[in-house]
Write a protein that binds this ligand. Sequence first.
Ligand code: NI
Length: 155
Amino acid sequence: MIFVTRKAQFSASHRLFNPTFSEEQNEATFDKCNNFFGHGHNYVLEVTVKGLPDPLTGYVIDLKQLKRILDERIVDKVDHKHLNYDVDFLHGIIPTVENLCVAFWQELAGHLPSGELHAIKLWESDHNVAEYFGAPIEIPRYAIGQETQRQGVTL
Ligand code: NI
């Protein structure tokens, strides 16, 4: 089995909070990441596909094709966006680096022309990274809307 990896980068903003928590609970749980108007990260995404090299091409997967699929299904949808509000497939998900890995997996799995999705690794910063291998996980989706009103501010 050969493992091939394609790397992509994107910049996005997010805010970590749970709309079922009080302001105090959100503050205590998410601290600076709970900043009302969000904050940004330069993310690095690594997608690993496994398989055997095709005898005619030597490819597990054509990395140009993998780039195109990654761009279409993930990068173009999240780059320069607010992950809490702008991205359909993330709607209602708390956009931690962990949850993003799972959501990205669900966007990619079953959409590769060859090979099999093996791992999604997402760097949120030089210090924080999550890696996911596709074990079934259900991520809760929360109703969003009321959190956009606070202290007289309406988004
Ligand atoms: Ni953050």
